[in-house]
Design a protein around this ligand. Structure first.
Ligand code: ATP
Ligand code: MG
Length: 380
């Protein structure tokens, strides 16, 4: 085996870069093209927004992009989270760190004809701070969990980004859950439409198979076709579950043939089936987190009615989703179906992956869990 970690190559868990980033070839090609333009000093034509339900790999793609950017020597990369920029001043500080300011003290800084005296109590406006940074080097600014960005900070950033990015090499990449769209609209009515939006959803079957098989192969472990087919089916292409499965079967292979010993390095259907209970335990843990999220929002009966509607079909149109939501709200007639739909979308229970008015479940197998445990009515 070539992986040195005792945990193996797979990375179940938030933000872990998977050993093989499957099914994102078109997004990766787009990112490389954008990085190439940045390196050449060109202003990118559009900013990039990655959006999708939890656990589908938005952070993984950002981490990949950050690593990839290292190959574009001239490009400056800054990765921020909303928690690190609670107000505009903090964002300015992040854009222009103290060490950078010290180089200019005690003189003046002049950018594009605008001059100010740097000072602890007198930070430059955001657009000027951004312009200064971009003049030093092309800038890639990554913001994860952007659906939690403070609206005022976000508005100022999008505005500054538009001023600077129109003529300078500045690329903003935002990632967030399906509520990101409404959140960005509250900051800037046209940003969403101006940006290049990429839905980050579940992996298709070939990508799911590759996500499991390729890292195993890298560790000289073979997997039988029927075992792989079982994993593809059971994980529904949900990236987090794909990593759980990869790790579970890798461990079995590692136990059967520890590093440095000769032994069977093949995962059979029997071996995969034997790992099922361990995988199910971890999946149940994850479902419980999502279940509690719905419980806090008093949405369990609605979620259950929606899960029942999805039981017979993979997609729902608007009317079908609304009918299900109304059925779930029956016990509470004062409740607002539009609000319930927004909340379900915000937590990624349902979402619209394509530019079509159809709804898909964020995690199909979560629907089974909700059907099994959620009450039919609020008082149940
Ligand atoms: N393309 C991929 N191929 C294989 N595994 C992936 C892929 N993308 C992500 N994963 C795995 O899926 C899991 C979830 O990924 P990640 O944390 O990036 O999702 P997310 O969309 O950022 O979720 P959240 O909204 O909760 O932050 C991780 O274990 C990660 O390694
Ligand atoms: Mg994430």
């Amino acid at each position: 085996m070539t992986t040195r970690s005792r945990q193996g190559p797979f990375r179940p868990g938030a933000g872990g870069l998977p050993p093989y980033l499957a099914g994102r070839a078109s997004e990766q090609a787009l990112c490389r093209a954008l990085l190439g333009d940045l390196r050449d000093g060109l202003a990118p034509s559009r900013d990039l927004v990655l959006h999708g339900p939890r656990g589908n790999g938005k952070t993984a793609l950002l981490v990949w992009l950050q690593q990839e950017a290292a190959a574009y020597a001239r490009v400056d990369v800054l990765s921020l989270t909303p928690a690190g920029m609670p107000d505009e001043t903090k964002l300015v500080e992040r854009l222009l760190p103290a060490s950078w300011w010290r180089r200019f003290a005690p003189g003046q800084v002049s950018v594009q004809g605008i001059t100010w005296r740097p000072g602890r109590h007198d930070p430059p406006p955001l657009d000027e701070a951004l312009a200064v940074r971009v003049r030093k080097a092309p800038l890639l600014l990554l913001i994860d969990e952007a659906h939690t960005l403070d609206v005022a900070v976000g508005r100022a950033l999008l505005n500054a980004g538009q001023q600077v990015g129109r003529r300078s090499p500045f690329l903003l990449v935002l990632a967030g859950t399906p509520s990101l769209r409404a959140h960005l609209n509250a900051m800037d009515a046209t940003f969403w439409n101006r940006a290049d939006r990429r839905p980050i959803g579940r992996l298709d079957e070939p990508a799911t198979a590759a996500a499991v098989r390729n890292p195993l192969r890298g560790d000289d472990i073979d997997i039988d076709d029927d075992a792989l087919a079982h994993i593809v089916r059971d994980s529904h292409g949900y990236p987090y579950f794909v990593q759980l499965w990869g790790q579970a079967v890798w461990r079995r292979a590692a136990d059967a043939a520890p590093p440095g010993t000769a032994g069977e390095r093949r995962i059979t259907l029997a071996a995969a089936t034997a790992a099922q209970a361990a995988v199910d335990r971890e999946k149940d843990d994850y479902y419980l987190d999502r279940y509690e999220e719905l419980e806090t929002l008093h949405l369990l009966p609605v979620a259950r009615a929606v899960a029942e509607a999805f039981d017979s079909r993979p997609l729902l149109d608007d009317a079908q989703l609304e009918t299900a939501i109304r059925r779930g709200l029956d016990a509470a007639p004062e409740s607002d179906p539009t609000r319930a739909k927004d909340l379900l979308r915000n937590v990624g229970y349902v979402w619209r992956p394509e530019a079509k008015p159809v709804w898909e479940s964020g995690i199909p197998s979560l629907m089974d869990y909700v059907r099994e445990y959620a009450p039919v009515t609020r008082s149940a």
